[in-house]
Design a protein around this ligand. Structure first.
Ligand SMILES: [Zn+2]
Length: 427
């Protein structure tokens, strides 16, 4: 069962029910005099993968709780609010498990409705527990402003939009909870953390709960400028460039749009799960409207003009950049096979840029996806653009927050982070 980490800073008590020594599953409870609040309610995919797989599926909330894949009932019981930092499942978790007395504060009610709720609401599996109950109290967090629970939501950059860090101004300690964050945003959509903190007039905190996903990662994630350079290169060298992204990663999608405009291509959205972003794109890039299309093969009504992949995009592949996510991509290619349509896509490339594997459920097996793509003569490349800060930026993070103590979260390198923190401290 779950080991609960407990720390006390004066009257402020912190309990971590998940996210300690593991990537994902964050659930942090803060108790301060008569106040109880919770940051995140994540699914522990490390546990989920140990107990389930193939046809062994979770039976329901009780079983998931019993095996420790979701936080125990005591974590949320009688809390005044549950704050969700962003809509990745290892943070959002199963919202319908929230007790009725707890108000749920989400990054965006509209995004929740258009993404997780609409993708999983009608699922016949345990995924149907992701959206909140229809009777739940769901509100949006207030950004850059202290709310009734003394919590300030600070917008941050992550591979999920919008994403927040939280600052709690307690009776005897101020607590910073990072959620997941990049220190170098891909676009200007999200601010840099140092700027956001200085706008708030925050130059130090007492305790920082910090994610450390990328410590000891077995791959080297590339930075935002490296990503833009590499993609420009692909756009120069290949015919059709298709990129599979996390459908919640609006920053990546905007970057694809900007690059396609720069390189004289049109961006085609090829997955239903990306379409929630149209409204956001029209808000931040209204000028891009003439270069943006939705694949006709999706058969989804949208305010954007449709374009046929088979009749147009695959015939003039050098004019397009196709944004997809793995589920949607496979769907289209399977349809083409059934129709007996075998467009020649030799010289085209698919870039797989999906989220960190340890933080999510895989809805498409990569091996199978590659087989389908290969059957259309498409090459596949994997590019790891992380939604998290890189290890060398840890010192910058510490400098921004100047914490007296840290609690590493969302990492398998807890000891290392503490050592690095102490080393910096002794200088
Ligand atoms: Zn995340």
């Amino acid at each position: 069962m779950t080991q609960v980490l407990e720390r006390k800073y004066g009257k402020v008590k912190i309990k971590a029910y998940g996210g300690v020594d593991e990537v994902g599953g964050n659930c942090i409870v803060i108790e301060d005099e008569d106040r109880k609040i919770v940051f995140d309610n994540g699914i522990r995919f490390s546990v989920l993968r140990r107990f389930y797989g193939g046809r062994i599926e979770p039976l329901g909330l009780l079983e998931l709780r019993a095996v420790g894949a979701i936080p125990p009932s005591e974590a949320l019981k009688e809390a005044s609010a549950l704050y969700i930092s962003h809509l990745h499942l290892d943070h959002t978790g199963l919202l319908s498990s929230t007790p009725p007395e707890v108000s749920i504060k989400v990054p965006s009610t509209r995004t929740l409705e258009k993404t997780l709720a609409s993708w999983y609401g009608k699922s016949v599996s345990w995924l149907a527990y992701i959206p909140p109950d229809y009777a739940a109290k769901v509100d949006e967090v207030e950004l850059n402003k202290e709310d009734e629970n003394k919590v300030t939501a600070i917008p941050v950059s992550h591979s999920c939009f919008p994403a927040y860090s939280f600052l709690y101004t307690g009776s005897e300690a101020t607590i910073f909870y990072s959620g997941d964050l990049r220190l170098e945003p891909l676009t200007t959509l999200s601010p840099r953390l140092d700027e956001a903190l200085s706008d708030l007039g925050v130059d130090r905190v007492d305790v920082a709960l910090l994610e450390g996903t990328n410590f000891n990662a077995e791959y080297t994630p590339i930075t935002a400028p490296m990503f833009r350079d590499y993609l420009s290169l692909l756009l120069r060298q290949y015919d059709l460039v298709s990129i599979s992204i996390d459908p919640l990663d609006l920053e990546a999608l905007i970057t694809l749009l900007d690059l396609s405009l720069l390189m004289g291509r049109n961006l085609v959205m090829g997955s239903d799960r990306l379409l929630w972003a149209i409204e956001e794109i029209e808000r931040v890039r209204p000028e891009a409207r003439n270069n943006l299309y939705v694949a006709e093969e999706l058969e989804t009504p949208t305010p954007l003009p449709h374009i046929s992949l088979l009749q147009e995009v695959f015939k003039n592949p050098e004019n397009y950049l196709l944004a997809i996510e793995p589920t949607g991509l496979l769907h289209i290619f399977r349809k083409l096979k059934i129709w007996g349509a075998t467009p020649t896509l030799t010289g085209s490339v698919v870039v797989l840029l999906d989220p960190e594997p340890r933080e999510s459920t895989k809805e498409v097996e990569e091996g199978a996806l590659k087989t389908w793509l290969k059957s259309f003569a498409m090459q596949t490349l994997r590019v790891r653009l992380s939604g998290h800060y890189l290890p060398y930026q840890f010192n910058n993070l510490i400098e921004m927050l100047k914490p007296k103590d840290i609690i590493p979260l969302h990492t398998e390198e807890t000891e290392l982070m503490i050592k690095l923190f102490r080393k910096g401290f002794s200088k």
